[in-house]
Design a protein around this ligand. Structure first.
Ligand code: AMP
Length: 424
C-alpha cells in the first residue's frame, strides 16, 4: 500500500506514526513532512497547498490513499482535484470544507439543521454589524468568517470592544479577505471539548473526546494560539454526551450537507461548549484532524485507523476503530519564544538520549540544518505526548519529558489538563 500524508506539522507526524504502526510494510510519503516524519516516511519537498505538484506526486508514486492534514489545501480543492483524477482521498471537497473555511456558511448550516449553537448574526456592512452589537448584551464574540489560522475569533468583554473589533475586521481589514464577512455571536459559558468524527457523509465513527488549551500561558491566560496542549479522553464527555453529539449535532449536520449537494467525507470536528447543565453547543466545526488533538487521540487507538480511512475514501462506509479503554494521553506543546506573533527561529534543539516510558515526541516546527543539527523553525516546535494507565500518570510523564528537552527560548504550559486534574 502506498500512502501520502499532506502537511508538515505535529498532526501529520502523529498520522504518519499511527499509519506506520498499523502498516509496517507500506510505502508512506509525507508532503512536505518534517524531520520527525523522515524516520517513518519519505518526505517529498512539496508544500501542502501546491495542488499541481501534489497531484503530480500522487501520480508519480502511484498513491493508493491520500490523507490531507491541513484545512488550507482542503479549502482550495485538493481533495476534489485528486478525486477527479481517480484517486482515493480522505478529506472533504472544497464545498464541504466550507464548514470550516466559512463561519457564515457553517452557521447557516447549523441554523437550517437545528444544531445547538450560539445565537449569531453575519455581516458585511459595518453600520449593520455595529447596530447588532448595540442591540446585544456583553460579552460578545466577533469572528472573521474566513480562514485566519485560528486567530480570527475575538472574545470581547464589552460592546465597545466588540465594536472596535468589528471595525478592525470590516474596515481595517485586520484579517484581509477572511474578515470581509464577520460573524458576531453570543458568548457561551462552559467547558470546551473537541469531538472528532471520521465520516463517509452518512455514518460517523468517533475518536476519543479531547480538550485543547488555546491560551498561551498557564491558567488559560495570554493570547489565543493554535493550541498549547491537549489530553484525552475527557471525563465531561460522558457516553451520554457523545451519544447526544452524534444524534443532535453530527448526523443532522451530515444530512444537511447532503441536502445541499455537498456531502462531507473526512474528519468532521465539532468544537463543543458543554454548558453547566451538560448540554453540548457547537462553537465551531473544523473539516480535518485537530492539532494538537490528533497527537493525543491517535496514541489511544489499538488499530482500525487505516481501514476506516480507506473505506471512507473508497466509498465503503466507516469501520470500527479499536479504542483503548485502559489508557490516557496528554500532549504538551513546546513553542518558541515570541509565539504566536513573532516566534524566534533557529535555536538548536537538544533531545534526551532516552525518553521516559510511554513518551513519544512529535515534531511540529523543526528543521535539520546543513550540519544535521535540529533547529526550531516555527511557532509550535515539538509535541511531547505521553500515554499512561491513569490520567495523572500520562500528565506527569508529558510534563517531565517536556522539561528534559532544551532549546533557547522554550515556552510551554506545565498545567495541561488542569481541569481534568482538578476533577480527579
Ligand atoms: P473558533 O475560531 O470559532 O474556534 O474560536 C476560537 C476560540 O474562541 C474557541 O476555541 C473558544 O475558546 C472561543 N470562542 C469562540 N466562540 C465562542 C463563543 N461563542 N463563546 C465562548 N467562547 C468562544
Amino acid at each position: 500500500m502506498r500512502l501520502l500524508v499532506v502537511g508538515g506539522g505535529g498532526r501529520e507526524h502523529a498520522l504518519c506514526w499511527a499509519l506506520r504502526r498499523e502498516n509496517p510494510d507500506a510505502d508512506i510519503y509525507a508532503a512536505p513532512g518534517n524531520p520527525g516524519t523522515a524516520s517513518l516516511a519519505t518526505n517529498l519537498p512539496i508544500v501542502a497547498d501546491d495542488l499541481d505538484r501534489l497531484a503530480d506526486a500522487a501520480d508519480m508514486y502511484a498513491i493508493d490513499l491520500t490523507i490531507i492534514g491541513p484545512e488550507a489545501p482542503l479549502a482550495r480543492g485538493l481533495a476534489d482535484r485528486l478525486r477527479a483524477e481517480g484517486r482515493a482521498v480522505f478529506g472533504p471537497s472544497a464545498a464541504a470544507a466550507q464548514l470550516e473555511s466559512s463561519k457564515a456558511f457553517s452557521k447557516e448550516v447549523m441554523r437550517a439543521a437545528g444544531i445547538p449553537t450560539a445565537a449569531s448574526g453575519t455581516f458585511t456592512s459595518l453600520p449593520e454589524a455595529l447596530a447588532y452589537v448595540d442591540r446585544h448584551s456583553e460579552p460578545l464574540v466577533v469572528k472573521a468568517s474566513g480562514l485566519a489560522a485560528g486567530k480570527g475569533a475575538v472574545v470581547c468583554a464589552t460592546r465597545a470592544e466588540a465594536a472596535a473589533t468589528v471595525r478592525a475586521m470590516l474596515e481595517g481589514r485586520q484579517f484581509g479577505e477572511a474578515g470581509s464577512v464577520v460573524v458576531i455571536e453570543a458568548f457561551l459559558e462552559g467547558e470546551e471539548v473537541s469531538v472528532l468524527a471520521l465520516t463517509d457523509g452518512h455514518e460517523v465513527e468517533l475518536l476519543p473526546a479531547s480538550q485543547d488549551h488555546k491560551r498561551l500561558l498557564e491558567g488559560d491566560l495570554g493570547p489565543n494560539t493554535g493550541g498549547m496542549g491537549a489530553y484525552a479522553p475527557v471525563s465531561v464527555a460522558t457516553p451520554e454526551l457523545l451519544e447526544r453529539t452524534r444524534n443532535e449535532i453530527l448526523l443532522p449536520t451530515l444530512a444537511e450537507m447532503r441536502r445541499r449537494g455537498a456531502p462531507f467525507q473526512g474528519v468532521l470536528y465539532a468544537g463543543l461548549m458543554v454548558t453547566a447543565d451538560g448540554d453540548p453547543s457547537v462553537v465551531e466545526f473544523n473539516c480535518r484532524f485537530g492539532d494538537p488533538e490528533t497527537q493525543v487521540v491517535l496514541p489511544l487507538l489499538d488499530g482500525g485507523l487505516t481501514d476506516c480511512l480507506e473505506r471512507i475514501a473508497t466509498g465503503g462506509g466507516v469501520s470500527p476503530l479499536r479504542v483503548r479503554t485502559d489508557a490516557f494521553a496528554v500532549t504538551t506543546v513546546l513553542a518558541a519564544r515570541g509565539y504566536p506573533d513573532a516566534p524566534e527561529r533557529g535555536a538548536a534543539i537538544s533531545l534526551p538520549a532516552t525518553l521516559p516510558d510511554g513518551v513519544t515526541i512529535f515534531h511540529a516546527g523543526t528543521r535539520l540544518d546543513e550540519n544535521g543539527v535540529l533547529r526550531t523553525s516555527g511557532g509550535r516546535i515539538l509535541n511531547v505526548t505521553a500515554v499512561g494507565a491513569t490520567f495523572a500518570e500520562a500528565r506527569a510523564r508529558s510534563g517531565a519529558a517536556a522539561g528534559l528537552i532544551a532549546f533557547e527560548g522554550k515556552v510551554y504550559r506545565p498545567d495541561i489538563g488542569w481541569r481534568e486534574a482538578s476533577r480527579s
